[in-house]
Design a protein around this ligand. Structure first.
Ligand SMILES: [Zn+2]
Length: 339
């Protein structure tokens, strides 16, 4: 065990100290005395020079696979084996993690819409600003581990945005595949703004997200892909010794590269109701194929509404927890893309 150092001023964090330093970075509450104490590990490897990698869990508080995987690595990674710098923040939106909610229980703000942050904003904006100004400039690679929030089920995937820079795109594609999830998902940046990954991409970082679970649980396979995937990234950049590993030996194929980059691919529920899946997430579908039935139990005379695939592809997302509200994204069918 290593005692954490509490800092109230980010200038007190020694980002260059060799070895492993574990901090709790204090951000004062907005409306009362007290602080969010945000865990941060800085590991400066003593095995040699190398690039920098930052890894985040708990950007959304009700997504736990990243919190588990990054926390474990915070304690297990040995600086004597590492070249370069690894920065780990396992519970980035600590108040949201404490309350087990997507948004912060303190100011109601979604961390993944708060970037680049604001030094004079409420708590979540101030943590985001700390990441933008103190963490991202120090690294080359940014990994943000998500888990689909509550409600929806995602096919296990690493993900990245379609970016214009060809070299950045190629690197992101390569690094995303190191998580060995069934899918590598290229997703739309038009659905939302202010993401951690938006900010990191804009700063030119190799930026990877991903959905490693669902429904505010802890999915064994999701933790495996996150925990070993992060280490694969370190091995890929020769920051950890050894070759990258196959994480899921039961699947012989490499991750399938799929894309849904236009907003038309994110289909909103036409009515509030209860979604019965006909297929599992990850299933291959043909355009027009039945994928689910939507029930309006308020209208006893209505049969369930048939939900069909808008195009050929793979079901990346569908509802899991019932009920579903009108307008919520109900279905994403992603298309396979070639190299
Ligand atoms: Zn999330």
């Amino acid at each position: 065990m290593q005692p954490a150092i509490t800092v109230h001023n980010p200038a007190e964090i020694d980002f260059d100290r060799p070895g492993k330093s574990i901090y709790e970075v204090a951000f004062h509450y907005d409306g009362t005395w007290g602080n969010a104490l945000v865990p941060l590990a800085v590991i400066n490897g003593t095995a040699g020079a190398g690039p920098g990698v930052a890894c985040f869990g708990g950007t959304h508080g009700n997504e736990y696979e990243g919190q588990v995987a990054v926390w474990r690595l915070m304690h297990e990674l040995d600086p004597a084996q590492i070249c370069g710098r690894v920065i780990l923040m396992p519970r980035l939106n600590t108040p949201a993690c404490i309350s087990g909610t997507r948004e912060s229980g303190r100011d109601g703000v979604n961390m993944n819409r708060a970037f680049p942050g604001n030094p004079k904003g409420t708590l979540t904006y101030r943590i985001a600003h700390f990441v933008t100004t103190h963490i991202l400039p120090l690294v080359d690679v940014v990994l943000d581990i998500h888990a689909a929030g509550s409600g929806m089920q995602f096919a296990l995937c690493s993900s990245f945005h379609l970016v214009a820079d060809a070299q950045q795109y190629q690197q992101m594609k390569t690094v995303a595949s190191l998580f060995d999830t069934p899918f590598v998902f290229i997703y739309s940046s038009a659905m939302a703004s202010g993401l951690l990954t938006d900010q990191a991409e804009a700063m030119g970082k190799v930026t990877i997200g991903g959905e490693f679970g669902h429904s505010a649980g802890i999915l064994r396979q999701g933790v495996q892909h996150a925990y070993h995937g992060i280490q694969n990234v370190l091995r890929h950049y020769r920051m950890l010794p050894g070759a990258t590993i196959k994480i899921d030996p039961s699947r012989t194929t490499p991750p399938r590269l799929v894309s849904a980059t236009s907003l038309e691919s994110y289909i909103p529920a036409p009515i509030s109701g209860y979604f019965e899946p006909v297929l599992d997430v990850g299933a291959a579908v043909r355009q027009g194929e039945l994928v689910g039935r939507l029930y309006d139990f308020e209208r006893v005379g209505d049969p369930p509404l048939a939900v069909s695939a808008p195009r050929n592809g793979y079901i990346l997302l569908q509802p899991f927890q019932a009920p579903l509200r009108k307008g919520d994204t109900m279905l994403v069918v992603a298309e396979e893309v070639g190299d």
